[in-house]
Design a protein around this ligand. Structure first.
Ligand code: SIN
Length: 482
């Protein structure tokens, strides 16, 4: 039975646990207490990680799919076995309720299992050639050394959603986790090492916000790195896309959402409220798939609003390790101030907060679950991602008006649609400009779903078989026979 230590205070570079002489403190967002301390890495460590990845690439890619899959399966089993320890660590550095953290560990492990299985299905094609003595084959080969930059809102799942397909396809991966939540990433590195992922195939470079430019330049500027996979804000994603152009890297971006949650007037109110609670309040609203604009049709507006108000008022706020808590703290003061400012701006522009509206009793960065009414499309809160537990309600008349409101932003990650009439739902999901649509559900996230957005919400897909394809290059082989 494995007893490898999960809490690590060193970066993991090319198979070595490395200190750098400078460090960054990791704080519990619920209490402000220090949870751990990790090194600040810079260009030197980035180069060492790329050297290590290049050194192991040939060996790793040459393994059979079954042999690449085996350590991924072992990692997943360890994560499942040590769910409680990983979930507790995750809650301590990220703040989400323990029940959600347990769910995230299972979700994270599921990507490793899924891609371990998909490794064996990295199929190519045989194409009928235009002449009788010609043959055309299309191979899928690993894209090469990859860099992943992951956010703080899902400190484990966003790592494995990139690590799983990278390793399954034969690509070594260098990870830069968010500065707020590096401990879960280092715990995954410890599990990877124990599972037999070879030195260099997975490195974790920890660093502060102030180190991001140094690390970014060293990793993105290195022509040996062939792919970048980023989950985070649209603004940062655009900069990374620009920086990647110099060496024409493959880029996958999973960016901001601004998701519409559309409730048609024939929807089941209880089901729509239950779905809205998940889509809006999971992780205290700090997800890129959070329902950001709740668009409700005239005929059902009052009934839906009243039921939602009651459900929001009943949500329990507090530290994530406390039993029964449903809403944890926001990640830091900056996040809290942003949510506060968006609510204040909406109020100044005529919206009313009929439930909540400010700091919760627990103080700190705890924000009360909030219902905002009379929100219009031109308010900042409709145009920007809230990333907090605030549900802004907007009324609409016809289905066409609802769809126009839903599509009226540059984002297109996900949309939710509630209703009963089959034809209206089909027309609705076909009209929605989004990479993912949840119909009568507030949760679409599973390893099987191609996760990714349209428009300014990103490029590429994670999860599903498409997630593996994103880590491969196509090579056509044209053969002339004698
Ligand atoms: C995210 O917020 O970036 C991911 C959410 C999910 O996978 O459900």
């Amino acid at each position: 039975m494995s007893a490898v230590a999960l809490i690590r205070g060193r970066a993991y570079i090319a198979g070595e646990w490395v200190a750098t002489g400078t460090h960054l403190d990791v704080l519990d967002p619920a209490t402000g207490e220090r949870v751990g301390r990790v090194p600040r890495c810079g260009a030197e460590q980035a180069r060492a990680a790329v050297d290590g990845a290049c050194g192991v690439f040939e060996q790793w890619r040459s393994l059979s799919a079954i042999d690449r899959a085996a350590p991924l399966h072992r990692m997943a089993r360890t994560m499942e076995r040590r769910e409680e320890e990983l979930a507790t660590l995750l809650t301590r550095e990220q703040g989400k309720p323990l029940a959600e953290a347990r769910g995230e560990i299972r979700y994270a492990a599921s990507f490793l299992t899924w891609f371990a299985e998909e490794a064996r299905r990295m199929y190519g094609e045989t194409v009928p050639a235009p002449s009788a003595d010609g043959r055309i084959f299309v191979l899928r080969q690993p894209v090469g050394v990859g860099v992943a930059i992951t956010p703080w809102n899902f400190p484990c799942a966003m790592v494995t959603r990139k690590l799983g397909p990278a390793l399954a396809a034969g690509c070594p991966l260098i990870l830069k986790p968010a500065e707020a939540t590096p401990l879960s990433a280092l715990a995954l590195a410890a599990i990877a090492e124990e599972a037999g992922i070879p030195a260099g195939a997975f490195s974790v470079l920890t660093g502060d916000r102030a180190d991001a430019a140094d690390l970014g330049d060293a990793l993105i500027g290195d022509a040996r790195v062939r792919k970048l996979s980023f989950t985070g804000s649209t603004a940062v994603g655009k900069k990374l896309l620009e920086a990647s152009a110099a060496t024409v890297k493959r880029v996958s971006l999973e960016l901001g959402g601004n998701a519409p949650f559309v409730v048609l007037d024939d929807a089941d109110v209880d089901a729509a409220v239950a779905g809205c609670l998940i889509a809006k309040f999971r992780n205290a609203g700090q997800t890129c798939v959070a329902a950001n604009r709740i668009l409700v049709q005239d005929g059902i507006y009052e009934r839906f609003r009243d039921a939602l108000a009651q459900a929001i008022a009943a949500l329990r706020v507090g530290p994530g390790l406390e039993p029964g808590v449903q809403i944890g703290p926001l990640i830091d003061r900056r996040a809290f101030d942003k949510v506060h400012a968006l609510v204040a701006d909406a109020r100044d522009a005529g919206a009313r907060s009929t439930v909540g509206g400010g700091q919760a009793e627990a103080g700190g960065t705890f924000f009360t679950p909030t219902l905002l009414e009379d929100v219009s499309a031109d308010m900042r809160i409709s145009r920007e991602e809230v990333f907090g537990p605030v549900a802004p309600l907007t009324r609409f008349g016809s289905d066409a008006e609802g769809m126009a409101l839903a599509n009226g932003t540059p984002a297109g990650l996900i949309a939710y649609l509630y209703g009963r009439d089959f034809s209206r739902l089909v027309r609705g999901y076909e009209a929605l400009e989004a990479g993912m649509v949840g119909v009568n559900t507030g949760l679409v996230s599973t390893a099987e779903v191609p996760f990714g957005g349209w428009k300014e919400s990103g490029l590429g897909r994670e999860g599903s078989r498409h997630g593996l394809e994103d880590w491969t290059e196509l090579k056509s082989v044209t053969v002339a026979l004698d």
